[in-house]
Write a protein that binds this ligand. Structure first.
Ligand SMILES: [Zn+2]
Length: 439
């Protein structure tokens, strides 16, 4: 019902900012105040004192100007000039452990006739990179995608120690960590977490110099590796591409870790990278690694050595395969451009027998091409790789290996069996959990 109680419609701002309700002089003053306010920088999280004072001054000026007007003029101005121009849009935050997202990850897991094929991610780097909350969400997502076992890669004394600590916290073995993982309630699939302990060639300097191994540091590696959660020595090896530690230092640090693996009868998780061709001639990373292994003769079983995150060429793959080593493949096999040479190399499945192949994400690195991920899994939009991306790696490997000779679930079954055997995970479960039941 229309009546005289209806509030008057506020007049509109004209193009030059003058208001019909104001006199010419008033409009000029108001426009001037608004323009000076607009010229001030937007206050960030920590605005300077000067800016705070300027903003206060303008606010006061506006207030006293509005007070000088007749009420209907002031009301009209408040209804227009004070309105924020573009109210900030509320971003809807999607929690990546929402029930629907976890269900999408479940749909995306590798299955055979409806039952999920559990996968083992043999290499992830999260313990020193992510906050506890994100670590937990990462692991919950992993379980939802059927990746029920993950191995934290130790790259330095620090990350090796943190890997073991994370395992303790995850299984609740250390009372001080009890209740640290409340998100576990989101999923019925529990993930088992293990760790490798070692020093990456980039950090070789912390374990050795050109002439000697630092015994106290090696002792520390030995101590951390004695944890029941440690399933392998590494990652250790040679990286001649980036050369963050000098070559002799890398060789020395690698050799003492190979010796430790033989002594502790642990498998070896190896990082090997030759200098990239565009940086110069190869420096002999593979030859040097084989020379080091040769020193240990029979005490080093090649089937207990995994060259992880393999990105090399056909010749290197053949050489490693002929010696009986195992190979870890990452999302590199799902990168059409960067991984093209490897996809090509794997088209002949006799290059490396399937029973010596394992898969890993190398989280947060080595994410396969986007087309491997359904939108609903929330993997595509994230910049980082994660263990929940394992089904993509399994599918990518299946399509490259022998040009699709095996189905994704066959590759999943085989690689899981290989990883369980290589790292002795059944035995570790028995040692940690007694019954082998999931935590
Ligand atoms: Zn590596």
């Amino acid at each position: 019902m229309q009546g005289k109680m209806d509030p008057p419609k506020p007049p509109l701002l004209t193009e030059n900012g003058n208001l019909e309700v104001l006199t010419h002089d008033q409009a000029v003053t108001w426009k001037d105040i608004l323009e000076r306010e607009k010229a001030l920088p937007k206050p960030n999280k920590k605005p300077s004192e000067e800016l705070i004072n300027q903003l206060k001054a303008i606010k006061l000026e506006k207030k006293s100007f509005l007070e000088s007007l007749r009420p209907e003029q002031a009301q009209a101005l408040r209804g227009n000039g004070n309105k924020p121009k573009n109210p900030p849009k509320q971003k809807k935050k999607i929690d990546n452990v929402d029930e629907a997202v976890l269900a999408a990850l479940g749909d995306y897991s590798i299955k055979n006739e409806g039952s999920v094929i559990e996968l083992v991610d043999i290499g992830i780097n999260i313990q020193s990179r992510y906050k506890r909350d994100d670590i937990e969400k990462t692991l919950v997502r992993s379980g939802a995608a059927g990746v029920t076992r993950v191995i934290l890669t130790g790259c330095s004394l620090k990350s090796s120690g943190e890997g073991i600590e994370l395992c303790q916290a995850w299984y609740g073995a250390d009372d001080s960590n009890a209740g640290k993982f409340p998100y576990n309630k989101y999923t019925s699939t529990k993930v088992r977490v293990y760790a490798t302990v070692g020093v990456h060639p980039h950090d070789a300097k912390e374990l050795a110099n050109e002439t000697k191994v630092f015994d106290d540091k090696l002792e520390l590696v030995r101590k951390i590796a004695s944890s029941p959660y440690c399933v392998s020595l590494g990652e250790c090896g040679l990286d001649y591409d980036r050369m963050f530690s000098p070559m002799e230092t890398q060789k020395r640090a690698f050799e003492c870790q190979v010796a430790l693996a033989c002594e502790l009868k642990k498998p070896l998780f190896v990082h090997l990278r030759e200098r990239d061709a565009d940086k110069g001639e190869p420096l002999g990373a593979l030859e040097h690694a084989l020379e080091i292994f040769a020193k240990f003769g029979c005490s080093l079983d090649p089937s207990k050595v995994c060259f992880h995150c393999f990105t090399g060429d056909l010749t290197t793959l053949k050489a490693l395969s002929e010696k009986g080593f195992c190979i870890g493949f990452t999302g590199f096999v799902g990168m059409k451009k960067r991984g093209g040479h490897l996809i090509q190399a794997l088209s002949d499945d006799s290059v490396i027998p399937l029973d010596r192949v394992m898969i890993e994400t190398d989280t947060p690195f080595m994410k396969p091409d986007k087309h491997w991920f359904p939108d609903a899994t929330c993997i595509k939009k994230s910049g980082n790789n994660e263990p929940a991306a394992m089904p993509a790696i399994c599918r990518a490997l299946a399509s490259a290996y022998g040009m699709g000779k095996y189905s994704a679930h066959e590759v999943g079954v085989a690689t899981t069996q290989n990883s369980m055997k290589f790292f002795g995970l059944d035995q570790v479960d028995e040692n940690i959990l007694g019954t082998g039941a999931a935590p």
